[in-house]
Design a protein around this ligand. Sequence first.
Ligand code: SAH
Length: 339
Amino acid sequence: MNIYGLTKEDIGEYCVSKGEKPFKSTQIFEWLYRQKVRSFEEMTNIKKSFLEILKSDFNLKLLDVKTRQESSDGTIKYLFELADGNLIETVLMNHNYGYSVCVTSEVGCNMGCAFCASGMKKKIRNLEAYEMVLQVLSVSVLENIRVSHIVVMGIGEPFDNYDNVIKFLKIVNDPKGLEIGARHISVSTCGVVPKIYEYANFDLQVNLAISLHAPNNKIRNEIMPINRAYDINELVEAISFYIEKTNSRVTIEYILLDGINDTPSCAHELANLLNGLNVYINLIPYNEVIEKPYKRSKKENMKAFFDILKKRGMNVTLRKEQGGDIDAACGQLRSKHIK
Ligand code: SAH
């Protein structure tokens, strides 16, 4: 068992099983995530005998750093080595509103999106909750910063590792721990429809982002295989259900690919598709991947696409990218290392 994979309630149960009071879990949580202690001895309000038990059951190891790259805009990309030798990447972004960590949820990915570097390596396994928690904690300790935002947008499909991701969200959100507000966390899915319905019942109000990337089935089938399992109409229906159920806004991610999904007619089709839904459309310049044929849309086409959506009354932004000079885009670092 890894201590960073336990919720405060789990640690409470553990304490009781060792003959301790359940509220000890609050103290332990504070040591782990507030003080971020690197040894059990630093937990000064825990008695010696219980410390010995903790020490024999757990360790406080952070993730092993394989490489650390810093980009000119301050974005930092870590390649971490897991206990079984698998490599994962984690990105730290410095925004004007605070530090944001982009968390990886799986080793590799099975979704096979045609434009994405991550999917060039099939999924080897899910990440455990502790391996996601440790990405955030390791970066925070190594850079000596407070992380205020999390996006689950690294390698992997979080809704293909649903239970561990939910556990991870509970741990990082805990007010006695890292205390990252649910509104400061975003989970992004390529459209695993049944899990969107399940997620609508999750009691934390964590932001949901959907990688849509196409305005119709024809284009989406070509670039995102998941669309053949759950098509765009089922997806929009699930999004609509989620918005009603949680009374919240959903982010729609849309990568602009030159000549594929960036025409004025695509923009109109997208506006028709999402018309009336409480969504926020994030247009994303594509980060080109050497092994893939796709190109970033031309500046004037991105602008025209944006203008049409704006004119149609949609809530839309054109994202500026970060970390482009250090392969901080989506699986590129890991795929370089294991070639
Ligand atoms: N599997 C999840 C989360 C990981 S990908 C999902 O699909 O949402 C995070 C986002 O980066 C997704 O919107 C994905 O489509 C996008 N992405 C993948 N490769 C990209 C690239 N080369 N340039 C820009 N965005 C990319």
